[in-house]
Write a protein that binds this ligand. Structure first.
Ligand code: ZN
Length: 267
C-alpha cells in the first residue's frame, strides 16, 4: 500500500477504536473508509477485534470486496456489506457495521427506531428495517454473499442507516467524522427511546427539527479525518460507557496502544 494512504489507514484504525471505546463495536463489527483518490476501492481492517486494530492491519479492497493484494491474514466474512454499499451509494465515504446492544431490541422486534433526541437527528427521519428472509428465506443471518450485500444496500436506499433483523445495524457517512458521530448518536437514541417508552407515549422530532438539528458543526466538513476537535464532540456526546478517552498525541492524533494480543476470527 502506498505511503500516502498511511493517514487514511490511521483514520480507519482510530474510528474502530473510538467506536469500540463507546460500546458501539464489541468484539465484532467493523469500520471502513472509501479510498480517498480511487472511488473503486475501500480500506478495511483484516479480521481483528475493533479495539485492537492498528494502522498496519488496514487492507485495500475493490468494490467486489476482494483484496487488492493477495491476503496473508484472515479477512472479515461480512466485508460485502461495505463493498455493496460503496457500489450503490457514490456519496458514501465511510461505513460502519455493528451489533450494538442498544439497537438490538429494535432489530429483534421491528419496532421503528425514530429520532427522539436532538443529537440523533443526524440519523434522519427514519431507519429502514431489512429482513433478510424477504429475499433469501432462512439463512445464518450473516451477510457474506454479494447478492446479500446488494439486498442490504437496496434496503438502505438513500437513508443514513439500516437495521438488520436479528443481527445489528449498518451506518453510513459522507465522511468518517459524520459516520462516527452518527453511529454513537443512534445508539444513544435507541437507549433513550426505550427508556422513554416506560414513561409514556411520544413521537419523533418533527421533520423540521430533524433537519435543523442534523446540521452539527464540525461533522459536515468535507475532510475525511478525525481530528482532535471531533474527538471532543464524540466524547461530549458519548455515554461515557467505554471508559477513559484516548490521550491526544502531537498533530491532533490519538494514541493507539500497540496491543499485540491475537484475536479470534471475526465476521
Ligand atoms: Zn454482522
Amino acid at each position: 500500500m502506498p505511503d500516502d494512504l498511511s493517514d487514511v489507514r490511521h483514520q480507519v484504525a482510530l474510528a474502530n477504536r473510538m467506536l469500540a471505546n463507546e460500546g458501539v463495536l464489541d468484539a465484532f463489527g467493523h469500520v471502513s473508509i472509501r479510498h480517498p483518490t480511487d472511488p473503486g476501492r475501500y480500506l478495511l481492517s483484516r479480521s481483528r477485534s475493533p479495539a485492537l486494530i492498528e494502522s498496519d492491519d488496514i487492507l485495500e479492497f475493490a468494490l467486489d470486496s476482494e483484496p487488492v493484494e493477495p491476503p496473508t491474514a484472515q479477512l472479515y466474512a461480512e466485508r460485502v456489506i461495505h463493498g455493496c454499499i460503496y457500489q450503490a451509494r457514490p456519496d458514501v465515504m465511510a461505513v460502519c457495521h455493528h451489533h450494538a446492544p442498544p439497537v438490538m431490541p429494535f432489530c429483534i422486534t421491528g419496532v421503528p427506531l425514530i429520532p427522539v433526541i436532538h443529537v440523533a437527528a443526524i440519523m434522519g427521519d427514519s431507519v429502514p428495517f431489512w429482513d433478510q428472509r424477504d429475499d433469501f428465506g432462512d439463512s445464518n443471518l450473516l451477510v457474506v454473499k454479494p447478492e446479500e450485500g446488494r439486498s442490504l444496500a437496496r434496503a438502505l436506499g438513500a437513508h443514513s442507516a439500516v437495521l438488520m433483523r436479528r443481527h445489528g445495524a449498518t451506518v453510513v457517512g459522507r465522511n468518517v467524522r459524520e459516520l462516527v458521530f452518527r453511529s454513537i448518536a443512534m445508539c444513544q437514541n435507541a437507549e433513550y427511546q426505550m427508556r422513554a417508552l416506560a414513561l409514556g407515549s411520544f413521537g419523533p422530532l418533527t421533520p423540521g427539527e430533524t433537519k435543523l438539528a442534523a446540521a452539527i458543526p464540525g461533522v459536515e466538513r468535507p475532510r475525511h479525518g478525525l481530528p482532535r476537535s471531533l474527538i471532543a464532540i464524540v466524547f461530549l456526546a458519548s455515554s461515557g460507557r467505554g471508559g477513559v478517552a484516548p490521550k491526544p498525541l502531537r498533530r491532533g492524533r490519538v494514541r493507539l496502544p500497540a496491543l499485540r494480543r491475537k484475536s479470534m476470527e471475526r465476521t
